[in-house]
Design a protein around this ligand. Structure first.
Ligand SMILES: C[S@@+](CC[C@H](N)C(=O)[O-])C[C@H]1O[C@@H](n2cnc3c(N)ncnc32)[C@H](O)[C@@H]1O
Length: 244
């Protein structure tokens, strides 16, 4: 099983960036489920001045979900792929959204943090050392009491969901990726999901990294048991109203 990492992965996303939005539009529920996960952060809609980080923002689909969940938040969106960021920047954004060309590993609190919330959609399966990135999120990117939402392909652990994922990859995802010339990236997608933590294992990983209030929630539609939203907090709630 060959997985793409670091520069090779960024190059593969650069190459696929032109077709990326068209391909995700074919995935039923892609945007709706991102929005569901962003809303699960329970950010206040009137949260002016709230600072939110989108790690691995790609062409901005997850950034748009955050903006819909918290229309007044100041959002910093970072990605390792210049090509994906270029596509994001072609779209219209309000002034409080900014995009930075950074890897998750390089992102530092002085890039606009510390943040009230961090959102990472389809990122952790792709990083070389998820524990290191989780450690950085907790120790320097999130404020005490801040919340993390990870939206990720992470199988439930049931053989049925694993078989369904294999069938969707072999029958739909890899053939469609091949049509757009991005076969390597879509093969990576298939393999990386099979090799990544199951939902219970990623929940344990978050707890081991020191996060509290860790939960895994399913999404709807065909991705039930295949994609989860993971929610976690950095320590205890620092704001009394959030403790309720
Ligand atoms: C599958 S896309 C998801 C994009 C977006 N979050 C969305 O939901 O549509 C994954 C993104 O993560 C980025 N990525 C992968 N590894 C990264 C890393 N170590 N640091 C920052 N971005 C990374 C890729 O360049 C790609 O744009």
């Amino acid at each position: 099983m060959t997985l793409l990492r670091d520069h090779d992965l960024a190059r593969a996303f650069d190459h696929a960036s032109g077709a990326y939005d068209r391909l995700t539009a074919l995935n039923p529920g892609y945007r709706a489920e991102l929005l569901r996960s962003a809303r699960r952060l329970r950010l206040p809609r009137d949260g002016e001045g709230l600072r939110v980080l989108d790690l691995g923002c790609g062409t901005g689909a997850s950034t748009r979900a955050l903006l819909r969940a918290a229309p007044r938040a100041r959002i910093t969106a970072v990605d390792a792929s210049a090509g994906m960021l270029r596509r994001a920047l072609e779209k219209r954004w309000p002034r409080q959204v900014r995009f930075l060309h950074r890897t998750a590993e390089e992102t530092a609190a002085d890039d606009g943090g510390p943040y009230d919330a961090v959102f990472a959609a389809y990122l952790f399966r792709n990083v070389t050392d998820p524990d290191q990135v989780l450690g950085t999120v907790r120790s320097s990117l999130l404020r005490p009491g801040g919340r993390l939402a990870v939206h990720e392909y992470s199988l439930s652990g049931s053989a049925v969901h694993r078989a369904l994922w294999r069938a969707v990859c072999d029958g739909v995802i890899v053939p469609m990726g091949s049509l757009t010339g991005a076969r390597a990236l879509y093969r990576h997608l298939g393999h990386s999901v099979l090799g990544f933590d199951t939902a219970p294992a990623f929940t344990d990983r978050l707890a081991r990294a020191g996060f509290t209030e860790v939960t895994a929630l399913p999404v709807a539609g065909w991705q039930t048991g295949i994609v989860h939203t993971f929610l976690a907090r950095n320590g205890s709630s620092a704001r009394p109203e959030e403790a309720r």
